[in-house]
Ligand binder design. Structure first.
Ligand SMILES: [Zn+2]
Ligand SMILES: [Zn+2]
Length: 363
């Protein structure tokens, strides 16, 4: 049996479509036929060679849902349900070792020293080869954490849970208090930002403010019930900050969430916060051009600045259940549905900021 795959062979070059033989499934592994795969903003950084984790050649794609075609042995999902052929599943993109200091002692598996990530650090030249979601089939290895999905779930929407959804959930772990009565500002209106905004809203934040450059995302923002959308390009930084101070009795936001993926957002984020506020830096996933920061701006306001790196099984499972409950709002985020053959056009649209979420749904 063969599988169509899209392979990154060289950085800054289009993905190459191929048809390859499906290898034997490793012990404890699953062969899954993709139903939907998400194209992520970080795929662009990967293609440009900016992510130091990425080996070549590689099948990209770290977000997906699919149907179990073959199981080599027994496999249970995170809820303890035994999987069978034909089940629809979603999987955690990262596989952690469970043995290292971070997994075992600190119980922070998202920091695992041996974390393997489908579509990011698994080479196409490494057995069992089909280790990314820009492919007709993916092979999930033994330690992969999966969740069986109900037949009623909208599978295209569910792909969001696997990456940005789970990472947004992780960010909220660092809030010391609940959000009742507070103001949360989200910088960046991509899937990560919108998921974060939705979480803040559903956790009872008084004001959720979204700062975004993309007009496409405003409709979704309205569905989520975001209280204030600030179109970045229409205002100066000073004006944007004033808008946030206007809704917070002149104090600034309790929480700011960076979901832009760019260092350039950070200095503004610090200014948006009230004294003692919390800055969650969630979006920055690749090394960046340096920016000047005066740490006095952090110490003099007694700010908490928290980096947030990827996610683990807890966050992943919460993200899946959140989308199951609220898929109507997240469905609006998907602006393009493409075939695997159209992947390079899809990546181009994303790069030119002409798309919201792009999903591959024809393999
Ligand atoms: Zn991603
Ligand atoms: Zn580990």
């Amino acid at each position: 049996m063969k599988a169509k795959v899209a392979v990154l062979e060289e950085f800054n070059k289009p993905l190459v479509l191929k048809s390859v033989e499906i290898p034997e499934i490793p012990s404890g592994g699953l062969l899954v036929k993709l139903v939907a795969s998400g194209v992520c903003g970080s795929d662009l950084h990967i293609i440009e060679g900016k992510d130091p984790r990425v080996p070549l050649p590689i099948i990209l794609g770290h977000e997906g849902v699919g149907e179990v075609v073959e199981i080599n042995g027994e496999k249970k999902d995170l809820n303890g349900v035994s999987l069978r052929k034909g089940d629809l599943i979603i999987w955690n993109r990262g596989i952690v070792c469970g043995e290292c200091f971070y997994c075992k002692v600190l119980n922070e598996p998202f920091l695992c020293e041996n974390r393997k990530v489908y579509g990011i650090n698994r080479s196409f030249s490494e057995y069992p080869y089909l280790l990314g979601a820009f492919s007709e089939y993916i092979i999930l290895e033994e330690k992969t954490e999966v969740i069986k999905l109900s037949l009623k779930v909208d599978l295209e929407t569910m792909v969001i849970a696997g990456c940005s959804g789970a990472t947004a959930v992780h960010a909220f772990d660092y809030l010391k208090d609940n959000l009742l009565g507070s103001t949360v500002v989200v910088q960046g209106g991509g899937p990560l930002g919108l998921f974060s905004a939705a979480l803040a809203k559903y956790q009872g934040a008084k004001n959720v403010v979204l700062i975004t450059g993309s007009l496409k995302r405003i409709e979704v923002a309205q569905k989520i019930g975001i209280d204030l959308v600030i179109k970045r390009d229409e205002f100066t930084e000073e004006e944007r900050i004033k808008k946030v101070y206007d809704v917070t009795y002149g104090k600034g936001a309790d929480v700011v969430i960076e979901a832009t993926g760019f260092n350039s957002a950070i200095t503004e984020g610090i200014k948006l916060l009230r004294k003692g506020g919390t800055y969650l830096i969630v979006g920055i996933a690749t090394p960046q051009d340096k920016i000047p920061i005066d740490f006095y701006d952090i110490s003099s306001k007694n700010l908490n600045v928290q980096g947030v790196w990827v996610s683990d099984a807890r966050h992943f499972r919460k993200a899946v259940t959140f989308i199951e409950k609220h898929e109507d709002i997240f469905r609006e985020m998907i602006t393009h549905r493409i075939s695997l053959e159209e992947i390079n056009e899809g990546l181009k649209l994303l790069k030119e900021k002409k798309a919201g979420k792009i999903v591959i749904n024809r393999f």
